[in-house]
Design a protein around this ligand. Structure first.
Ligand code: ADP
Length: 374
């Protein structure tokens, strides 16, 4: 029988599940926020994911619910589970990707390495943390941040007074030590409800202005120890938090070779786009296999190196597609992925994947092909 997979959210992650769903013979349905979203080709419903009755009506005709984002409220998710709907990842796991304070507390229980942190309720508590951590720290809003929004480097307890004044009674912000990282990494794993887990190679992610700009797979100069520790962290988090589907663990590597967890995403993730063209099983196919509880695919690389370059903003004039002929003619080895979104400064509107045996060549080609869309 054809398995019907319902995706809540109509962004590019849902869009990129469409092709593998067709190949796997899954019936993909998307609850989009509005008409004309990135995943419009599979949108069978349009509505508010925060509204229980909207989500319930959508869930009625599917076998399993999964997500394009982590913002569906806990009450809605728990009501679905009570209705008997399969939800992957489920609310018990997803809460750790929805709230960074809840995540930090749980990772501490699991003894997963992470930056020093605290929940702070006011400027005095923040100042006390700063005094203990060399006078600088990173403050984060526990919920709703993305692409660096909701993250601020501070040097004084009063630097986030605007955020403190917006908190609900008893609410707190997350403060973390300012990690002197040498680079950022990401480890992805996929886990089935029945427990099977596979890990992808650890990758290096390069952010600009808080937004992922490039990913290199695998992370250059990764020692055996780094590869092992990162994969082990991925396994322990997936099992410890009961994650189903794709899990991305964003990591910091420090100059004294510590690997610390920054944050989690329980869905396909920008750090894994390279795998669409660079791994035997891409992350979108893998996510679908995992949430449908099908045997997972191997994660081996198809080439020594893969590089993903995001297309941020897009062309100032005209459509992305207008640039296809020139980019494709110049770089026929580049795989261009577009999200069907209107260009806007800083917006992720597509990406380019290139794979090959020489890292310098691969980086050059991926950047050159992406530059056609600037
Ligand atoms: P978002 O949810 O917006 O992606 P993150 O928590 O991933 O926010 O932080 C965004 C970026 O800010 C990170 O990729 C990293 O470059 C920087 N950052 C976050 N936390 C720290 C930290 N504790 N120390 C140093 N840099 C940090």
């Amino acid at each position: 029988m054809t398995v019907r997979v319902g995706v809540i959210g109509g962004g590019q992650l849902a869009r990129m599940m469409i092709a593998p769903a067709v190949e796997l013979g899954l019936d993909l349905r998307v609850l989009a926020e509005a008409d004309g979203m990135s995943a419009r080709l599979a949108a069978t419903a349009v509505g508010d994911y925060r509204d229980l009755e909207t989500v319930r009506a959508f869930a009625q005709d599917v076998d399993v619910i999964t997500f394009d984002h982590e913002h569906v409220p806990q009450e809605v998710l728990r009501a679905l589970v009570d209705d008997g709907v399969k939800v992957h990842p489920g609310p018990d796991a997803l809460q750790f990707a929805q709230d960074k304070l809840v995540m930090r507390a749980r990772l501490a229980e699991l003894r997963i390495p992470q930056p020093d942190w605290a929940a702070v309720h006011d400027a005095a508590e923040l100042q006390a943390f700063l005094d203990d951590h060399g006078g600088r720290a990173v403050v984060k809003t526990p919920r709703g941040g993305y692409d660096g929004k909701g993250v601020r480097v501070v040097a004084s307890g009063t630097d986030v007074d605007d955020w403190f004044s917006g908190l609900d009674e008893g609410g707190a912000l997350l403060v973390e030590e300012l990690v002197p990282f040498v680079r950022e990494l990401a480890q992805q794993v996929a886990r089935r409800p029945s427990g099977q887990i596979v890990a992808y190679p650890v990758v290096e992610t390069v952010q600009r202005d808080g937004v992922c700009a490039e990913v290199i797979a695998p992370a250059p100069d990764a020692t055996d120890r780094l590869v092992r520790v990162a994969a082990e962290i991925g396994h322990r988090i997936a099992e410890g938090l009961g994650v189903t589907g794709m899990l991305a663990v964003e990591l910091f590597e420090t100059d004294d070779e510590r690997i610390l967890v920054n944050e989690l995403a329980m869905r396909p993730h920008n750090s894994g786009h390279w795998s669409q063209d660079g791994a035997v099983t891409g992350q979108f196919e893998q996510h679908l296999r995992a949430v449908a509880d099908l045997p997972l695919g191997v994660t081996e690389r198809r080439a020594a190196w893969s590089v993903m370059v995001n297309i941020l903003g897009g062309p100032a004039e005209g459509a992305l597609e207008d640039r296809f002929p020139a980019a494709m003619a110049q770089h026929p080895e580049a795989k261009i992925h577009t999200y069907g979104k209107a260009p806007r400064p800083g917006r992720k509107v597509g990406h380019v994947n290139v794979s090959g045996e020489d890292l310098d060549d691969v980086v050059y080609t991926a950047r050159a092909a992406a530059a056609f869309f600037a």
